[in-house]
Structure formats: C-alpha cells, structure tokens
Design a protein around this ligand. Structure first.
Ligand code: 4AD
Length: 436
C-alpha cells in the first residue's frame, strides 16, 4: 500500500507520521552536511531536509543532478522544525523522479527578476506555477462561486445559450465570422437576445456565466477578444433602480464571500479586495459630462474620460463602485434593445457599473413592446427581418424586463488590482495572441 499523499498545507497536522508528498522541485540547496529540497504542490511548498549520515547518499546525488521544476515524489516522516516556513519539514526515506524537466526553463518560476508579460504569457504554464499568479485564479474561483450562490439565493435559473449565431447583438464591427457548413455564422458577442427570449419563455430570472467573443482590434490593458461574461436578465421590472439594487447586492455579496474564501485559504489577495458597501453612488451621465466640462456632447466616454470620471467619483462620493446612469438615447442608438425613458425619450434606462477605474458592467431596462423594438432596430440600421426568431418572443406576450452583462475578467482585474486584464485570464486571447 503506498502511503497517502498529503498536501504541503496539511503536513503540520501530521507531525511524526510517515507520508508521501509530490510536486515540482522548486529548488535544491546543499550546504555541507545538510541539503534542502523545496517541493511545491497546489497548496504551497514543503521543505525536504536531507542529512548526511541519516539520508541515503543516492538521494543527494539524484537531487543534485535534477533540473528545477521536475516532478518528484518523496516519502518520509514529518518533523517539527523552527526554521522551515511551515513549521514542519519532511525527513525523506525515498525519492522518485516522476518526470524530469528540460533545461533551460524558458521562464523561471521563483526568479526574483520579473519577466515581461509577453514572455510570461508565452510560457503560461510555468507562469501559473508562481503562487502570486495562482492566487489570482483562486480569487477568480471564489468570485464565480460567489456569483452562483448570490444568483441562486435570489431565485435565478442558470442557463446556457448558443455561442454560434446567425446574427450578432452588439454591433456588427466586433463580430467574428465562422464558416458553418458553407453558410456564414458568427461567434456570440453576448447572450443578450437569448436571455431576453427566456424572459419571454416565462423564466422570470436567468443568469449565464460563459465566454463571449469580440473582434476587438484595440490593443489595450482592458480589452480581450474572448471574455468571461456574467449575464443576467430579470422579468417584470419596470424600474431601473430595482435592477441596480439587485446588481449591487449581488456584487457586494460576491465580494464579501470571496474575501471570506480567500482568508480561509490564506490568500494574500483577501486584504486587497476593495470594500463593496451598498448602496453604490449613482452618477447621472449628464453630471459626468459636466465634470468633464463637455455638457450635452452626447457621445460616449473615451477611456481617458472613463478614468477621469471614476477618479472624480471616488474622490467626491467615497466609493470605488458607482453607477453611471441615464445614458442618452443618442449614445445607445446601436443598442436597439435599450428602452427609452417614458418621461424623456432622449434618455434611456441604461447604466454602467464601475469598479475601481474600470467599467465592469452595463445594463438597463429593455424595450419589451414589439412595435417600438422594430422602430429602434430600423433607427439603428438593423433589419428586423433578420431577427425573426428574436422578435417572435415579443409577439406572443413579453413582460417588461431588464438585465446586465458583467465582464468577469475586468472584475477580477479590478479586485486583484492587476495592471493588465490579460493577467485575469488563464490563456488570454487578444488581437495578437492565439497561443498558447
Ligand atoms: O457593455 P457590453 O458590450 O454590454 C453587453 O454585452 C450587453 N449585452 C449587456 C447588457 O445586458 N445590456 O459588455 C458588458 C461588459 C462591459 O461592461 C465590460 O466589463 C465587458 O463586458 N467587456 C469587455 N471586457 C474585456 N474586453 C472586451 N473587449 C470587452 N467588451 C465588453
């Protein structure tokens, strides 16, 4: 019977026991009579201590000749040790080299000098072995679990909508086309039309966590071409405040649950997460334009303007989270599903949610009356005939509804304080990157 495999983080509870560990050989250092091998697994690093006279000399020789990052298995006895980081060390009785690593490593895992992001992403598997990089994906896991819990607690159904479509929803210029058995199809930019159709199906509240695709040629620190999107749609809402209340509650619960989860794991990002205290401030778009000194310009914010507005909001309103509300209809003309305000049709019921200096989510009430929806499409230069399947959902009884789309990569970027969105995805896709 092989000994049970233990993770590094579990060893302190097994003092004096014979165990087996396995992981990547991070480092081997021989200092006269003793030598130390650091073995890293998914939970941390274990110090294996070899002692001349006590340890089989063949083990010193095997480790001496072994490349860093090889996978090894070590059996031995756990012993208390003041000097090791975890307070315990492993006194080895048996070493197996499972798979040796090649030399040289294209990217060091424990090097003090940081590599540039391109090199890191080119050799992402090695990059992901760094505990600080792995920590981001523990955060991402916590965020996704937190969202699922928050949605399920509020009575949402989790749905999965098609990603291969005949038509896009968010403007033609960012569509990727694919050859679909000789006809042209597109990769979904958003579950937008389908989540609305499910409200027509009487599902009341739906959410989806799935990738979407945007042929986004801009090469920035906040744009990707494959994005993790969290979409939600809610039926029988007539007031955008109800939507904003739901969204901020879900975000606040998710941030709190993520912080608790990371604290349990001892993940240092726990201390970084910005406080998400509800209600988040509301900033009407017109007020943001006044801050920028361009009232009534009627165009969307540039990246620099977004940042300026976010900094001003944080300074004046004391929150890194805030809603930019009441987007002008002129800006949302292409967003044909956006509903105009009854009292002032020059404004929509649309809003963005900011976290840090990033736009994290965008949403609002949708147009649920089919004649007005068709008119919006025509104004946007979109042919209603091409959207018959979508429009059918509106022809046989559609409740008033609304929802939002939240960029998970942007949210993780904001929560972890990452300078570049690419660091928030395992294997990011952008204008120039298709590998690995
Ligand atoms: O603002 P967007 O395009 O809105 C929609 O997709 C609507 N269907 C949402 C709705 O329900 N009305 O995208 C939503 C969010 C943005 O706020 C941003 O966080 C993220 O998705 N996002 C991107 N993130 C990274 N790279 C890109 N190219 C992104 N495009 C959008």
């Amino acid at each position: 019977m092989p000994l049970p495999r233990r993770l590094s983080r579990e060893l302190a509870a097994h003092d004096g026991e014979a165990v087996r560990i396995a992981g990547h050989l991070e480092e081997y250092r021989a200092l006269g009579g003793v030598a130390f091998a650091l073995v890293r697994d998914g939970s941390g690093t274990t110090q294996v201590t070899l002692k001349k006279g006590a340890t089989d000399p063949a083990m010193f020789a095997a480790l001496e000749g072994l490349a860093r990052e090889s996978v090894v298995e070590v059996e031995g006895t756990v012993a208390r040790s003041e000097r090791s980081r975890r307070g315990v060390e492993l006194l080895p009785s048996r070493l197996t080299v499972v798979t040796p690593a090649e030399v040289p490593l294209p990217l060091g895992v424990v090097d003090k000098v940081g590599a540039d992001l391109d090199t890191r992403l080119n050799h992402r598997v090695l990059d992901l072995r760094k505990p600080a990089v792995r920590a981001v994906f523990e955060l991402r896991t916590a965020v996704l679990a937190g969202f699922r819990r928050a949605f399920l607690d509020r009575g949402f159904l989790e749905v999965e909508t098609p990603k291969i479509l005949r038509q896009g929803a968010e403007g033609g210029s960012t569509l990727f086309s694919v050859d679909y058995f000789g006809t042209r199809a597109y990769l979904a930019q958003s579950p937008q039309l389908y989540k609305q159709m499910l409200i027509g199906a009487g599902f009341e509240r739906v959410f989806e966590i799935a990738p979407v695709f945007r042929a986004e040629p801009s090469d920035t620190v906040r744009h990707l071409t494959e994005i993790g999107m969290l979409d939600a749609e809610v039926g029988y809402v007539d007031d955008p405040e109800e939507l904003r209340g739901l969204l901020e509650g879900i975000v606040a619960d998710t941030v709190a649950a993520s912080r608790a989860d990371l604290e349990r794991r001892g993940n240092p990002l726990a201390a970084r997460l910005p406080e998400a205290k509800t209600p988040f401030p509301r900033v009407p778009f017109a007020r943001a334009e006044a801050w920028l000194g361009r009232p009534g310009a009627g165009r969307d914010l540039s990246t620099e303007e977004e940042r300026a507005v976010a900094e001003r909001a944080e300074r004046e309103l004391g929150s890194p989270w805030f809603f930019l509300t009441d987007f002008p209809s002129a800006i949302k003309a292409q967003t044909f599903y956006a509903r105009r305000q009854e009292a002032d049709p020059s404004l929509t019921y649309y809003f963005d949610l900011y976290g840090g200096t990033l736009e994290i989510a965008s949403g609002g009430l949708r147009e649920h009356r089919v004649d007005r929806l068709r008119a919006n499409m025509e104004r946007a230069g979109v042919s209603p005939a091409a959207f018959e399947g979508y429009l059918e959902a509106f022809r046989f009884g559609m409740p008033p509804h609304g929802g939002w789309g939240l960029g998970i990569d942007r949210l993780v970027q904001a929560l972890a304080g990452l300078p570049n969105i690419r660091e928030a995805r395992l294997f990011p896709r952008d204008r120039y990157r298709l590998d690995p």
